[in-house]
Design a binder for this molecule. Structure first.
Ligand code: GLP
Length: 241
């Protein structure tokens, strides 16, 4: 079952998400699953404030990324390893060497997907942070992704490439292929918190929380997770009753 918590705005969502993450860490949950994207940015900023203020430490934590573009190169500013470093790792006491992600530049991507899926599964993620795509994707599991999927190479939909084009100089630079943890991989996390902000996420949030569990809306798989929470601002929650 998914718990949906409706909050006023992005600041309240960030505080509530940071509270859930902090309580998980303080209960001994040292393995984090990290998402990139705009949605968790304010949450990461709030975590950084708490670390700087001495109210929280990530020094004993390790972290795993959800996904990565294929072929961007590790120095590219939109490589998700770089993005998470800028958005979180540089501002907290989480050791850089303990932040791991799939290698989108691996020569043998199938072998890399198998390796990363095994690594994530064996690490036992305690708290997975998620955003949601406007088409209901989580990680880069696009509509049509099997609910039983594991880490694999996925072709992005044109909608996701358009949504993500704002991060690139020109839209044609958005890669067509990505490596993503699968839906089954993500659901192995003990706890999940999904952050949704803005009206453009409202339809996806409504389907994820209340619609049929189906690969048409990959985030709907969270309804089957024992401890998944959706934190939505009032715009993202506007299509919920
Ligand atoms: C990308 C990421 C997702 C993220 C989604 C939404 O596609 N792979 O993990 O949830 O974007 O991004 P944003 O939060 O910027 O809307």
């Amino acid at each position: 079952m998914t718990t949906v918590i409706r909050l006023l705005g992005a600041d309240e969502v960030a505080l509530a998400a940071a509270d859930l993450i902090q309580s998980s860490i303080e209960a001994g949950g040292r393995v984090l699953g990290l998402a990139t994207g705009a949605s968790p940015q304010a949450t990461y900023t709030e975590l950084a404030h708490r670390v700087v203020a001495g109210r929280l430490s990530l020094a004993e934590c390790s972290a795993y990324l959800l996904d990565e573009y294929v072929g961007l190169g590790s120095g590219h500013p939109q490589n998700y390893g770089e993005v998470i470093r800028r958005d979180l790792v540089d501002h907290v006491d989480l050791p850089d060497t303990r932040v791991l992600g799939p290698d989108g530049d691996a020569g043998d991507l199938s072998a890399e997907c198998r390796r990363y899926d095994k690594a994530v599964t064996e690490a036992h993620i305690d708290m997975q942070i998620l955003g949601i795509g406007s088409n209901g994707h989580i990680g880069f599991n696009e509509p049509g992704s099997p609910l039983t999927s594991t880490t694999r190479v996925v072709s992005l939909t044109e909608q996701t490439r358009r949504d993500n084009a704002r991060h690139f100089d020109v839209s044609t630079q958005v890669p067509r292929l990505v490596v993503t943890q699968g839906l089954a991989t993500i659901c192995r996390a003990r706890r999940i918190v999904l952050v949704a902000l803005g009206e453009h996420k409202a339809a996806a949030v409504a389907h994820a929380a209340l619609g049929p569990v189906s690969s048409e809306c990959p985030a709907s798989v969270l309804q089957r997770h024992p401890d998944a929470t959706i934190l939505a601002d009032s715009a993202a929650a506007s299509r919920l009753p």
